[in-house]
Each structure stands twice: as structure tokens, then as C-alpha cells.
Write a new protein. Structure first.
Length: 572
């Protein structure tokens, strides 16, 4: 019920169109069906006696008011018009349902992606890739298809109400009896709906786990396979897949048992009803025929209401999981920054910063100067906080105390998107998209021209190997850049960071996969970029350290500036 309310709240106009079409369609079908009875009466030449007097009077009076003479011809026409109206309106309603299902899938996906990209970096880091992928694919699709079930439920309900009305008009005692029987069947088979709901809930959890495990295993498959240690991962994946299979079987079984039991019980009730009507109540054949049609349809519709409700129950968990994921990401929204336009002419100063992840302190009273137009290198033991310092400069993390000052302006006062637009970032792990080299360089910025991309490839020392490729910069790099060596991939990523001509170039162990000669060439390029570029490099590589104007050692939560001799000694 809550799900129906949620859809109504979010898509009121669409719900209204769907439901009004479906209700009018049901009324049209009901009217055409009600016409069957007087038609049969006329056909059998028996105007009275075989139907409830009031019903007959009501239909005859209605036709009389509309100046329609109750001949077989007009009756057939009414039945046909009713059926055509029903068909057209149902088509219209389901067309709208299809559009709304697509809109819901798109809306929830976009809402999730937007909330995720606006969320705090720490929140993003905590997410499992598989869980995110599952939300975007399985949960979004199942959430949207839940609307289909809601619409079908509405259609079946309104049809049921109309059939109940028609049945009551024909013979209210029998109709009430049939309704009571329907309610008993409903009650008896309710347990099947609960089984489906539980199975849906378990399926949702298993999908999340399976997708997370799947992405984790794929990303660490090479080392595990190389050491013949993929077995445990395979077993775990297999176990989860089998568990998922078990929940699907439960769901299929519950739905088939529900259908079969409904059919059986309704059949039995109808047969018993016909026998009692003929033998005990001694009703006319025409009335029994119409009653059987109407009651069969009413009970079938009611049973379908339960079947559809069962489907909805099994999808519900996916919708709520998706809503929860969106709400959670929204709650973790990045705190707002200011609106000042950044400049980088004098430098960046990390002033008395305190930062920790949860309770574990990483930086304390941390001081660092990064002069504009120069190369600054950060070295230090693993886990000392080098990447953390860089993330604070980018504004991905926020310090508990102290400031990141850019040309003297606190980063919190600056338009963060403009600031990040001035940064070229090269990570340690090179991630390339399955696309051409050119598109991998241009990515994320439509303003980068082909000439910019080629210039950047040249600056990154990549133009040599790109020129040797048959399709040059239009060569597709393969899945994760599998066609290229680690060093070649890294040069493409360096080109990506240079292509929009950033003011601040950040390299996080970015030259680690380059051979010494290429590393020297790339480092010289960075050096030669001139005073327009400020370079901040996390690196233990001697070449970069020798080239750097300033070298800082980060240790025990603080940064220590090294003099030339100390830096040379570190460089080994
Ligand atoms: N998202 C996180 N949540 C919790 N702790 C974190 C997180 N990221 C880093 N840390 C911890 O903060 C400390 C500093 O990490 P950081 O990545 O900044 O170090 P680093 O000097 O860049 O290390 P490395 O040279 O190994 O990359 C480490 O102890 C690390 O375990």
C-alpha cells in the first residue's frame, strides 16, 4: 500500500491518466456486459421473469431514456461500442504505464547518480562498486516494473468493482455469496503472497551481495588466478548464485501454487453454483449463463488482483532498497563551498590543518606551502597522509580544523567546481574507458578539441607510440586499456590531465609505471610546462625528486621541508 502511495505522490498526473482510463474502460466493459442479459431475454423471447425485475426495469428504463429501442441489433451495437471503448482506453492506459515505467527507471537512476556524485568523498569511498552497479541495474528496473504491477492492480480492481456491480444487479444474493467465497479464497491463499514478499526481500539482499562479490573478484582475478587461489572466490560466488536460485524457485513456486489453487477453487465454486442454481434455486438458463460469465470474470479478476499483488510484494523490496540508497546518498551530500572565483598566482597554503578518518588522526597542525608555478614533491612512508593532504587541497575532504588557502582565500569560500576545473589529476591507478585514445583524453570536457588532445598526448610523451598505431589516436584502447602496457596507459592518463591546460597538476605516484627513460622524458615535460603550471607530485622516484623545486617529507601527521642534500639523499 505504501508503495502505491509513493507512486501516487511522485507521479500524480500519470497515475490519474492511467486510473481514469482504466476505470472508464471497466465501466464500458461492464455496460456492454450488462446489455447481454436483456439481449438474451429478447433473443429467447422472454422479457420478464428470468432476471431480477429491478435489473430488467433499470436497463429497459435507461434504454428508454436514451430513446434506444431494445432490439437485438441495438444491443449488439452497445456491446460492441462498449468493448471498443474498453479496448481503446486500455491501450491508452497501458501506453501511459509503459512510458511511466521508463520514466521511473530513468528518474531513480538519475536521482541516484546525482545524489552519488554530490555526496561526500568519504561516503563515496565506503560504497561497494557492485552494490552501486546493482542499484543502477537490478533495483532501478525492478522498482520501475513495480509500477506496472500497481497499474495492473488498479485495472483489475476497477474491473472487479464493475463486475461486482453487474453481478449485484443481476442477482444480489448469488453475487454476495460469490463475493464471500472470493474472500475466503483470498484469505486461504494469503500465505503465498507472504512467501513471495519474503523471497523478494531475500533476493534483493542476495543480488546486492552477489554483484559486490562479482566486481571484487573481477578486479582481483589476475593475482588470485596466478596463485591458483581463485577457488575460494568461485565457491563463494557459486554458493550465492545457488541461494539466489533457491529464492527464485520459491517465488516461482509460490506464484504457480497461487494460480493453480485459485483456478481449482474458482472452478469448483462455479460448478457448484451452476448445479445449485439449476437444481435448487431453479433459475432460468439465460440468467445462469450471464451470471456464470459475470461471476467467472469477477472471481478471475479478483484472483488476478491477488496474483498481481503477489508480484508487487516480490518487487517491493527492490523499490525500497533503491529509495534508501538515494536517501542515504542525499544525506551524505557534500557541504556547500563558497562562490569566489579562484586564482593561483601566489600559491597554496595548508595552514594548521587537523584531519582524521573517524577517530584515527592522520594530520595534526599540518603546515605545507606549495608555491605557484613551481614543482613540489611529497614523499613519506606509506600511510603517512600524502594522498589525504592532496584530497584536502582538491576539496574532496574537509579538515576539522585549519584552512586550505588558495592565493590566501580559504577553499571553503571558493567556487569548488571552478577550482577543480583548474586541476589536472593523475592517479596511481590508471583507469581507461573502452573507447578511443582521443576520447580517453577528452573525457569529461566537451570543450577539449582534437588539437588539444594531440598536444596533451605529445606533452605526456605518448605521441611516439600513438603514431605507430594504424588508427593513431582513434585506436580503441580495449577493456581497461588492455591493449597497452602500464606505462603507455599512464601516459594517456597524464595526457587526460593536461588536455584542459590546468593550473595545478597533481600526480599521485603517477610515474611509477614508467620506465626510467620515459619517466625522465615526462618529468622534463612537466618541468618544461613553465611557470603557468603548478605541479604537486607524490613520488618516491628520484627523477621527479631531483627536478622538484621543493621536497616535503610527510611523517607523523606533519610535513618537513627537505633541503637539497636531504632530498638528494632520499632520491638515493
Ligand atoms: N577512506 C579512509 N577511511 C579510513 N581511513 C583511511 C581512509 N583513507 C586513508 N585512510 C588512512 O589514513 C592514513 C593516511 O592514508 P593516505 O592514503 O593519505 O596515506 P599515503 O601517505 O598516501 O599512503 P600511500 O603512500 O601508501 O599511498 C592511513 O593510515 C590510511 O589507512
Amino acid at each position: 500500500m505504501q508503495l502505491i502511495k509513493a507512486f501516487f505522490k511522485q507521479y500524480p498526473a500519470q497515475c490519474l491518466v492511467v486510473w481514469s482510463c482504466l476505470i472508464v474502460a471497466s465501466i464500458a466493459e461492464g455496460l456492454s456486459l450488462s446489455t447481454l442479459l436483456p439481449m438474451l431475454s429478447i433473443a429467447t423471447g422472454n422479457q420478464s421473469g428470468m432476471v431480477d425485475e429491478k435489473t430488467s426495469d433499470f436497463l429497459t428504463a435507461a434504454l428508454h431514456d436514451l430513446a434506444i429501442s431494445p432490439t437485438i441489433g441495438t444491443m449488439v451495437l452497445i456491446v460492441l461500442v462498449g468493448l471498443v471503448i474498453k479496448a481503446l482506453l486500455t491501450l491508452l492506459a497501458y501506453r501511459q504505464v509503459g512510458f511511466t515505467v521508463a520514466a521511473i527507471a530513468t528518474d531513480v537512476r538519475l536521482a541516484f547518480l546525482r545524489a552519488l556524485s554530490a555526496s561526500r568523498w568519504e561516503y563515496f569511498l565506503r560504497q561497494r562498486t557492485g552494490r552501486l552497479a546493482n542499484s543502477i541495474s537490478t533495483e532501478a528496473s525492478s522498482s520501475a516494473s513495480a509500477f506496472q504491477s500497481v497499474a495492473a492492480l488498479a485495472a483489475l480492481l476497477s474491473q472487479s468493482v464493475v463486475f461486482i456491480g453487474v453481478a449485484l444487479l443481476i442477482n444480489w444474493r448469488i453475487a454476495l455469496l460469490a463475493l464471500a467465497v472470493g474472500a475466503v479464497i483470498f484469505g486461504l491463499l494469503k500465505v503465498m503472497v507472504s512467501i513471495s514478499r519474503d523471497a523478494g526481500g531475500r533476493q534483493k539482499g542476495l543480488f546486492q551481495q552477489l554483484m559486490s562479490l562479482m566486481t571484487d573478484s573481477l578486479s582481483s582475478l589476475k593475482p588470485l588466478k596466478s596463485m591458483a587461489r581463485e577457488g575460494e572466490m568461485d565457491d563463494l560466488l557459486e554458493r550465492q548464485t545457488r541461494e539466489l536460485n533457491a529464492t527464485m524457485r520459491t517465488q516461482v513456486l509460490a506464484s504457480e501454487v497461487l494460480k493453480a489453487m485459485q483456478e481449482l477453487l474458482i472452478g469448483l465454486v462455479l460448478v457448484a453454483g451452476v448445479a445449485v442454481s439449476l437444481l435448487i434455486w431453479k433459475l432460468q438458463l439465460a440468467e445462469i449463463m450471464v451470471l456464470t460469465i459475470v461471476l467467472a470474470r469477477m472471481l478471475t479478476r479478483l484472483s488476478k488482483v491477488q496474483q498481481e499483488y503477489q508480484k508487487l510484494a516480490s518487487k517491493e523490496a527492490f523499490y525500497w532498497a533503491m529509495t534508501e540508497a538515494v536517501d542515504e546518498a542525499r544525506a551524505a551530500r557534500e557541504q556547500p563551498f563558497g562562490s569566489r572565483t579562484p586564482t593561483l598566482t601566489s600559491g597554496i597554503h595548508l595552514a594548521a590543518l587537523d584531519f582524521g578518518y573517524g577517530d584515527s588522526r592522520v594530520l595534526e597542525q599540518f603546515e605545507l606551502e606549495i608555491p605557484a608555478g613551481e614543482v613540489t614533491a611529497l614523499i613519506g612512508p606509506s600511510g603517512a597522509g600524502k594522498t589525504t593532504a592532496v584530497d584536502l587541497i582538491i576539496g574532496l575532504l574537509r579538515a576539522g580544523k585549519g584552512d586550505v588557502l588558495v592565493d590566501g582565500v580559504p577553499l571553503t569560500d571558493i567556487d569548488i567546481r571552478k577550482w577543480r576545473g583548474m586541476i589536472g589529476y593523475v592517479p596511481q591507478d590508471t583507469v581507461l574507458l573502452h573507447d578511443t585514445i582521443l576520447n580517453n583524453v577528452r573525457i569529461g570536457n566537451a570543450d577539449i578539441t582534437e588539437a588539444d588532445a594531440l598536444w596533451a598526448l605529445d606533452k605526456a610523451g605518448a605521441s611516439g607510440f600513438v603514431a605507430e598505431l594504424e588508427e593513431g589516436a582513434n585506436t580503441v584502447v580495449g577493456e581497461h586499456g588492455a591493449r597497452f602496457s602500464g606505462g603507455q596507459r599512464q601516459r594517456i592518463v597524464i595526457a587526460r590531465a593536461l588536455a584542459h591546460r590546468p593550473k595545478l597538476l597533481i600526480l599521485d605516484e603517477a610515474t611509477s609505471a614508467l620506465d626510467p627513460a620515459t619517466e625522465r622524458a615526462v618529468s622534463q615535460t612537466l618541468r618544461g610546462l613553465g611557470r603557468d603550471y603548478t605541479v604537486l607530485a607524490i613520488s618516491h622516484r628520484p627523477t621527479l625528486m631531483e627536478l622538484a623545486d621543493h621536497v616535503y617529507r610527510i611523517e607523523n601527521g606533519k610535513a618537513w621541508r627537505l633541503n637539497r642534500d636531504q632530498a638528494s639523499a632520499e632520491a638515493g
